[in-house]
Write a protein that binds this ligand. Structure first.
Ligand SMILES: CC(C)(COP(=O)(O)OP(=O)(O)OC[C@H]1O[C@@H](n2cnc3c(N)ncnc32)[C@H](O)[C@@H]1OP(=O)(O)O)[C@@H](O)C(=O)NCCC(=O)NCCS
Length: 399
């Protein structure tokens, strides 16, 4: 190596710890996930609002604190009429994640805490922005879905909880308790996951001192990809394409032969199954039984089992199931349109992004240099021994 100081890894930062955080611990070896020290299995019994409080305010609220906190979020649910008007301009075929990402800076332009460029944003203001974003994400998605379906947006219902209100705004009718509980738990499970791709994107933007909305918009963009939050929709597309269990073995073999990824399987951090999948699988099973249509769950379980067996035989390695695998059939049972699966993930994860933006900008873990700035190693050409000769435009020749 010419320069001993330069180490080029080309590993997508796998296994490299780049910062401290007090928000979340993912123990990939043992399949443990904790938000601020609490096991995900325990938090799955809490409401999304409690978990938002935990992530943003660093402790689980007391009973007497939860009600005002819920009211505070509920009071922020409405989105400005100008944003609704803008949502009406998007084509009906627009990808909902694009619409959501576009809506974030629109909401920023209406946020009273970022009205002046010269004004420094305090931690209190950043928290207010976080509340607004958490509160408004479901409204944006539900409103866009209503508009593209040819109906009018439904105004948020202040008396409903976060999960119930989302389903109410989406469908225009009171949701059943089972559906509310399922979405509430799914939101809890998806709220946070340490330095995953979208959170890293949000933190990287926040490290430049850009504001909360700029960072969150980056998070939405990152989450939309099929290898990240987009995987839940891909899982459902796979289930729908397969239709039944009889083709599962051939399908898994064909995908692996073609070098394609099986969505909902594999993880950059977990060596063993994602603990969230073990909570979501029985939820999907229960909803399948309740709706009298268990085959989406059953097919998922068969794909998981088959893929694990085939993967072990082929690669002598285990492939873990991840959070996106069973959330797909779960959301399908809840009649959520497939292209809203990833936006539902975003509705949950916005709390985690916001917590990380605040940690990045206002400390909380160990100090680090401001501004993420990794290096890269240039492996391109110099068209000669040292640099390329610049030829003026009029003299440039092909070849
Ligand atoms: C998430 C993901 C990007 C992690 O990738 P990664 O860090 O490269 O995973 P690993 O290093 O553990 O992969 C080891 C091997 O398994 C393969 N592999 C991993 N996940 C796979 C999958 N879902 N389907 C098929 N093969 C997979 C890799 O290609 C690699 O093969 P190789 O050794 O022959 O090159 C990857 O598992 C994936 O694309 N999964 C599907 C998309 C998905 O569900 N994303 C949501 C994640 S929460």
């Amino acid at each position: 190596m010419e320069n001993d100081c330069k180490i080029t890894l080309n590993t997508g930062l796998r296994g490299i710890t780049i910062a401290n955080t007090r928000i979340c611990e993912v123990d990939g070896k043992n399949g443990r996930l904790l938000y601020r020290g609490y096991m995900i299995q325990d938090l799955a019994r809490a409401s999304y609002e409690e978990v938002v409080h935990l992530l943003l305010h660093e402790y689980l609220p007391l009973a007497e604190e939860l009600q005002p906190f819920r009211a505070r979020l509920a009071a922020e649910r409405a989105i400005p009429p100008a944003v609704i008007a803008a949502l009406r301009t998007f084509p009906a075929k627009a990808l909902p994640m694009d619409v959501l990402q576009a809506a974030v800076p629109m909401l920023a332009t209406h946020d009273p805490d970022i009205a002046e460029l010269s004004k420094e944003i305090s931690k209190e203001a950043a928290l207010r922005m976080a509340h607004r974003l958490v509160a408004k994400f479901p409204t944006v998605i539900a409103a866009y879905h209503r508009i593209r379906s040819g109906t009018d947006p439904v105004a948020p219902a202040p008396d409903l909880g976060h999960a119930a209100n989302f389903l109410f705004m989406l469908n225009g009718r009171m949701p059943e308790d089972t559906a509310v509980r399922a979405i509430d738990t799914a939101l809890v499970l998806h709220a946070e996951h340490a330095f995953n791709a979208s959170t890293f994107a949000a933190r990287e933007v926040a490290s430049t001192q850009a504001h909360m909305y700029a960072a969150v918009a980056a998070g939405v963009g990152s989450l939309s990809g099929a290898l990240h939050g987009g995987a839940n929709a891909k899982v459902m597309q796979m289930l729908l394409k397969l239709g039944g269990s009889e083709k599962v073995v051939d399908f898994v073999n064909a995908e692996l032969d073609a070098g394609r990824k099986l969505f909902g399987l594999g993880h950059a951090v977990y060596d063993v199954d994602d603990p969230r999948a073990h909570i979501l699988a029985p939820m999907s099973k229960a909803l399948g039984e309740r709706t009298g249509d268990p085959h989406w769950y059953e097919m998922s379980a068969l794909i998981e089992k088959t893929a694990k067996e085939i993967f072990r035989k082929r690669k002598n390695a285990d492939i873990p199931v991840n959070v996106d695998f069973y959330s797909a059939s779960l959301y399908y049972y809840l009649n959520i349109p497939v292209d809203l699966f990833t936006p539902v993930f975003a509705i949950a994860r916005v709390a985690g992004w916001a917590a990380h933006v605040i940690e990045e900008q206002f400390g909380g873990a160990a100090a680090k240099p401001v501004l993420y700035r990794p290096e890269s190693e240039y492996v391109g050409d110099y068209c000669g021994p040292e640099v390329c000769e610049f030829v003026p435009l009029e003299k440039r020749k092909k070849g």
